[in-house]
Design a protein around this ligand. Structure first.
Ligand SMILES: Nc1ncnc2c1ncn2[C@@H]1O[C@H](COP(=O)(O)OP(=O)(O)OP(=O)(O)O)[C@@H](O)[C@H]1O
Length: 301
């Protein structure tokens, strides 16, 4: 696999706020990666670094083998779609598409116009008169029709209804199948996009806590349930992300590290949906984070 983008020991500080803390990650060519994490985890900051909107406080960011900041050769290969994109006041939908056509070397005008029809967008209407969801649709159309070798969607669908979101996923997958490229997509609607993802990056408090391909995750994250002692015995040999018990029985979300079979140990088990896995990992990380903060406060006293 070829790396399209690489972060090595990247730290991003805003005064005393550490938004990214020693982050290392790679985006592989022609892969759809989900960038997941709670509010304030650092997702937008990571995308801003990849797209040259910011320079890291420490570490190295490389995109297409070079630093992205003020680097036209790199930036011409990127599309960064984010919520609340601003346009000049007089811009109509068609003006935004015309500007994008000039900006993106791989722009496909036919695709843009077929998406305009799909999303039912009036191309002569000024953008400031569009509804919030329609405004998001403009960004999505530009992101897809740009066919940029690296396309980043940062929570691109504020206000988009469920039908339009499904349209986005369907058109993204269809176009990606014909024109593979590297896509990084941040979202809180995890279950909706779970099947789209080939790779998952989960970020929490500025650190990567999960960096795995989606197939591996689907196979390794399971929820086991059964008699409490059996669940606990099984959990003692595994990475337990979350556990709850009721009377004599228990359930635990675990990562299987080897070829074992919870069924053979008298437990029932099912695959853990990605959203549940993300919630469990984020909760566990939050608890570790809180413990570390308490330790530091005690040292400071
Ligand atoms: N310009 C800035 N000045 C100060 N702090 C900032 C700045 N930009 C981001 N931060 C802080 O960095 C952290 C990460 O923010 P970021 O926007 O990257 O999170 P996010 O994961 O995109 O969140 P959300 O899902 O809510 O959009 C937050 O604590 C945020 O307050």
């Amino acid at each position: 696999m070829t790396a399209v983008a690489r972060l090595e020991g990247v730290t991003m500080r805003f005064r005393d706020q550490v938004a990214l803390d020693d982050v290392s990650a790679v985006l592989e060519q022609d892969t759809i990666t989900g960038l997941l994490g709670r509010n304030g985890a650092g997702k937008t900051t990571l995308m801003q670094l990849l797209t040259g909107h910011r320079v890291p406080t420490g570490g190295r960011v490389e995109v297409f083998g070079d630093r992205p900041f003020e680097n036209d050769a790199v930036l011409s290969q990127l599309a960064f779609i984010k919520e609340g994109q601003r346009y000049p006041d007089h811009f109509r939908v068609r003006d935004a598409l015309a500007a994008a056509a000039m900006l993106f070397p791989h722009w496909d005008d036919d695709l843009a116009h077929s998406l305009l029809r799909d999303f039912d967008l009036p191309e002569r209407r000024t953008i400031k008169k569009l509804s919030r969801g329609m405004n998001s649709a403009v960004g999505i159309i530009i992101g897809l029709a740009s066919r940029a070798p690296l396309t980043l969607f940062d929570e691109p669908y504020l206000g988009l209804d469920a039908v339009a979101r499904q349209l986005f996923y369907d058109r993204l997958l269809a176009d990606y199948a014909e024109h593979p490229r590297t896509i990084l997509l941040s979202t809180h609607l995890i279950e909706e996009i779970a099947d789209l993802l080939e790779h998952v990056l989960l970020i929490d408090h500025g650190r990567i806590v999960l960096d795995d391909d989606a197939e591996t995750l689907r196979a390794s994250a399971v929820t086991v349930s059964g008699a409490r002692e059996r669940v606990d015995a099984f959990g003692a040999r595994h990475d337990v992300l979350h556990r709850e018990s009721l009377a004599g029985s228990a359930r635990a979300v675990v990562r299987l590290t080897h070829d074992d079979d919870p069924g053979a140990e008298g437990l029932t088990w099912e695959a853990t949906p990605l959203q549940q896995l993300v919630v469990s990992m984020s909760r566990r990380n939050a608890a570790t984070h809180a413990d570390a903060r308490t330790d530091l406060e005690e040292i400071a006293r």
